[in-house]
Design a binder for this molecule. Sequence first.
Ligand code: SF4
Ligand code: SF4
Length: 664
Amino acid sequence: MPVLLMEPDSYGKRRRYSEILMEPRRWLQPTLEDVKQRLKEIRNYSLDHLDELVSQLTASLAAYPEVEITFARDAGQAMETIRGIAGGGKIAINKSAVIGSELVPTLVASGYNVIESYYDQFEPFDNRPSEYWQLPVMTFESRFQSFERPVDLAALRSGSIQKNGTKDFIGLLGVNAISAQGTVLMLQHMPNISKVFEQAKELILVAGLDKIVKSLDDAIFQTKCMAIFGSEVLPLTLHGKAKRESSIDELPFEIPPEQTLASIHLILLDNGRSQILQSPYKELLACIDCRACNGACPAYLSDKPLTPSELPLKFRKDLLEIGTDLSESKGDINKPFMSVEAKKDEIWDCTTCGNCNEVCPVGVKHVDTIKALRGSMVMEKAVMPSTVSRTLKSIEDRGHPWRGTTLTRTDWAHGLDIKTLAEDSDTDILYWVGCTEALENKSVNIAKAMGKLFKLAGIKAGILGTEESCCGEPARHLGNEYLFQIQARKNIELMRSYNVKKIVTACPHCYNTIKNEYPDFGGEFEVINHTQFIANLLNEGKLRIHEGERRVVTYHDPCYLGRYNGIYELPRQILNSMSVIFVEMKLNRERGFCCGGGGGHMWLEENLGRRIGEMRFEQAIDTGAQILATACPFCRQMFDEAAQAKSVKKSLKVMDIAELLDGQ
Ligand code: SF4
Ligand code: SF4
């Protein structure tokens, strides 16, 4: 059986990868989207034709008598096979999810000495994950490099055995892809896998059923994609391995060639895959385990328990453990049914920033999964951190999440000549203030700046005042869908009663909710974010910028303005039209790093790991800017807190774009 090993080439030799990758369009340089598209096609084909591919593979492998193939329904059956081959003793593994997450816990519990062969090759990574962005980031071009020509590991193995014999350990390796014609593809970044092939006395390969693909080309493509998308996160995977276990390098060659079987065992592992394929959660199987999502995740990078790449597998496990009738969910992601006790911390770590979705090459929707899990905890089990229940209670009792505020909804408006719609409903726009800009001490400056801008531009804006109630976004993101819907319906009814048509808001969370989610409840309004509104006023000449001191300004993209609504350029246009020197942060636009305040985190405690807001603030400091501008009250507050943190050595001023404009 051919077993091919892929390894990203060294820098000098990297070229023409695109030709190999995108054949037959060999003269075209593929875009990242092209690659994602082709990968999705490959993954969808595999998931849609699983039975057919299994039959084809089984028939193909009959041509290779040296391969002993076993079908394992679950991890327990796989373990029986492993035990039958290995007895007890040492097992060297690679870092594939199918081995690490599905089999290793049982191996360890059964007393096996598990050696992670990866670490034989690597000095522990010194940098903290939080310093991840200081590493040289691979450019898009460098990701499209050629690979070494595939090495035939089966041939390598028999050659090595004839020369040296083998060592006393079993190799247990997860494969990246296997073609229906019977060629196995594996990826290594260091010679760990080839070493296991050369030295193990017995070899067991494990392929999740979903990893069977239509053709060798597809298998190669899928394997390369794992390297392309996972390359940036590789150092993080290695981080923290302070102490080595026993190493296969330390073992002597002691088993002579004649006592070594050159046979290869192949376990085709179902472990719930065929069941999940019948469920609405089929997309979870599209994951290729590249771990790009980890490298983008602020929770993971700030040393919190959440590891987004593990979510598809954990979610799958839940479905299996509780043996749920999958038809129960009827495709409704909002009707979750998984056990959640084991995930208490990690589920609450997520800021819903969407960066994982952004980088995932196959479009796994982590945020939907996390929200479904939160829903299950809050709505079905009433298990949640106390800060979550207090926030939800505050929305329920007071119509806002800012428990303990001494401000009223209209304090900020004193002297600004803005009336409530109850006083005068004949206005150009409704200014939707949002709870934070009305009730949080520093964020009121944004509302005040907006009030002044309306006046300067001659716009007649009205507010809802004490009638305005939380848009419901924190409730939905903290798992209380019921409360969200109450808030949404209440606000929609109120705005309809005033015949509101056009809404301007400076809060991207309210903006996203009213614009994109209220229509599901009949709330159809024209919703405009304040950056859009200000940019229009500037274009129309209704606002004028005065020359002033040229300060150095950088901009933080709020996730709910950028990734969720694609507004990246307007804030930059506004800043560039001001009297400032604009500098960009390294992680910007689609790859912008979260402030840590989304997903209800404005009101949750952040006790584990580093504070995400401080990490982002330090990235802003690194630009040398004097001012960190943003366009969201949550971001503004997270950075205000970061600016006061003892661990942050330098500081810079934090301002919303509206405040900055107000000062010009
Ligand atoms: S949404 Fe953001 S915080 Fe949540 S898992 Fe994805 S990257 Fe991590
Ligand atoms: S979820 Fe997406 S980004 Fe994360 S490991 Fe899987 S394929 Fe890669």
